[in-house]
Ligand binder design. Structure first.
Ligand SMILES: [Fe+2]
Length: 188
């Protein structure tokens, strides 16, 4: 399987925007935490999270949402990433790509993606803009505010029920994971 360093190099080769790279690092951190929780392979889940949006600067998501995911798989194959579990998770993370989220990892990555965005947005409106100074309750309240961070699809985040996790637990674990990389995310 591709090493973490190599995966990060690939991300930086295809993604120029700092915030996008940070989103992928956040997704990696949460996926590692979730793998640990479910006693699954942390490197596998983490690398899938790190690579999941590698096509984001090539695909016009607004107009061609179905291409987001399939194009990543093409890029990754061209770059020699052949691990089917990673490729399937990258494809399945986008509900518009046409692949069901079948495996546990696929279900989790789909739900994690919008939650990382919600947690970043919640941090940025908090008094200190420091992710280490917000808690699960704060993020839960932002979750309930329909007009806050509308890009973070609440229905998709709520699919945590498909892997038998309460929303509160899901937010708690995700927040902890992102706090552990707060420096890399520039959120402290
Ligand atoms: Fe994403």
């Amino acid at each position: 399987m591709i090493e973490r360093d190599e995966a990060l190099k690939l991300v930086k080769k295809y993604v120029d925007t700092q915030n996008s790279v940070k989103h992928m690092i956040a997704t990696e951190a949460v996926m590692r935490k979730m793998a640990d929780y479910f006693d699954e392979d942390e490197d596998l889940w983490g690398i899938a999270g790190l690579l999941h949006d590698i096509d984001m600067e090539e695909v016009d998501y607004e107009n061609k949402p179905k291409k987001h995911g399939p194009r990543s798989v093409e890029i990754l194959k061209e770059e020699g990433v052949e691990n089917k579990k990673i490729l399937d998770a990258v494809l399945a993370h986008n509900p518009d790509a046409g692949k069901e989220a079948d495996s546990l990892m696929e279900k989790v990555i789909r739900a994690v993606d919008p939650l990382t965005g919600l947690i970043v947005a919640a941090t940025l409106i908090s008094p200190d803009k420091d992710i280490n100074k917000i808690d699960t309750d704060f993020v839960m309240r932002r979750f309930e505010e329909k007009r806050f961070a509308t890009g973070a699809n609440r229905d998709i985040i709520r699919t945590c029920k498909n892997f038998d996790m309460s929303l509160e637990k899901f937010i708690e674990l995700s927040l902890e994971a992102m706090q552990s990389v707060s420096g890399e995310l520039g959120l402290e």
